[in-house]
Write a protein that binds this ligand. Structure first.
Ligand code: PBG
Length: 323
């Protein structure tokens, strides 16, 4: 059958009918809200390149978690901004490190929220790289030692999910083994399996003070031009025991999200990163686009491409937009 018997517009006239036939639904169940925690008290520093996002001290982080819960958000992803850094990120492996302290407080207050702990060294090293530097490059196997230690320490503090974002080879196996040896058999690993070397992380690096002081991250993060390599990355991480996998960034990688979803049977998470947020913010501040319509269109496209779960700085913006 075709036109004039077929008229595709028939299903578009009535808004209730449009709701009925909508193929992609967004829910607060699917969203993860990223948060930056820093030392001190009563601190709420707005991040210049990410308007309405803040570096929060633990007291304010607890308030933000409560706000998230009141809006139906069930998961947060925590990043730490420590006062002191060292060469190898050892400071990230202690219960007195900023993210561990924050998680301990969230647990003390019995907040009904899932805490996902990012595992990486870049926020904790003086040089800003994601691992230990040997001969001018990040040494893969030495870095696995600090990552595994950091992961166990975060689990001890009460993290619900461990999310390594460093892109070292073998980190999922190293972290799984360390967690199991420490008795954390029930703690899942959400691996940043497919993480590109992207310009869209710029605002995050301002927020987390984690820009590399020399070189770039191209020897460990993926080349933005590659697609089949993404499948190799997820194969490796699934073999090593990843429970969930992530594609990051999201908006410029919808083809990758689609491909990864077709290939794998584990939950696929997509991270709509700081630069994606900043673009929408900046254009909407100039009144060139409508902020929430654009943000929702982007989140919908990420879900439509195949992501089961979306990490977005817009998670709390307006729960009217989510079911
Ligand atoms: C750290 C990390 C980064 C992001 C999440 N974890 C930055 C990077 O790799 O430089 C970026 C998140 C964002 O841009 O919103 N390994």
């Amino acid at each position: 059958m075709s036109y004039p018997k077929t008229r595709l517009r028939r299903l578009r006239y009535n808004p209730l009918l449009r709701d009925l036939v909508r193929e992609t639904q967004l829910s607060t169940n699917d969203l993860i809200y990223p948060l930056f925690v820093c030392e001190g008290e009563n601190i709420k520093n707005e991040i210049p390149s990410m308007p309405s996002q803040y570096q929060l001290s633990i007291d304010n982080l607890l308030l933000e978690c409560k706000r998230a819960i009141s809006k139906g958000i069930k998961s947060i992803l925590l990043f730490g901004i420590p006062k002191v850094k060292d060469e190898e990120g050892h400071l990230a492996c202690s219960q007195s490190s900023i993210v561990q302290k924050a998680i301990l407080e969230i647990r003390k207050e019995n907040l009904d929220i899932l805490v996902i702990a990012d595992v990486c060294n870049c926020e904790y090293t003086t040089h800003g790289h994601c691992g230990t530097i040997v001969d001018g490059d990040v040494d893969n196997d030495l870095t696995l030692i600090t990552l595994a230690k950091q992961a166990v320490s975060l689990a001890q503090a009460g993290a619900d999910i461990i999310a390594p974002s460093d892109m070292m080879d073998g980190r999922v196996a190293a972290i799984r083994e360390a967690l199991d040896n420490a008795g954390f058999l029930k703690i899942p690993i959400l691996s940043y399996a497919v993480k590109y070397s992207s310009a869209f992380y710029g605002p995050f690096r301002d927020a987390a003070q984690s820009s590399p002081k020399f070189f770039d991250r191209k020897t460990y993060q993926m080349d933005t031009a590659n697609s089949s390599e993404a499948i190799r990355e997820i194969q490796e991480d699934l073999n090593e025991g990843a429970d969930m996998i992530m594609v990051k960034p999201a908006l410029s990688y919808l083809d990758i999200i689609y491909r990864v979803k077709q290939y794998s049977h584990v939950p696929v998470v997509a991270y709509s990163v700081s630069g994606e947020y900043a673009m929408v913010k900046a254009a909407s501040e100039k009144k060139w686009i409508d902020q929430m319509s654009a943000a929702m269109e982007i989140i919908t496209s990420i879900k439509r491409a195949g992501a089961d779960i979306i990490i977005t700085y817009y998670a709390l913006r307006d729960s009217r937009f989510f079911k």
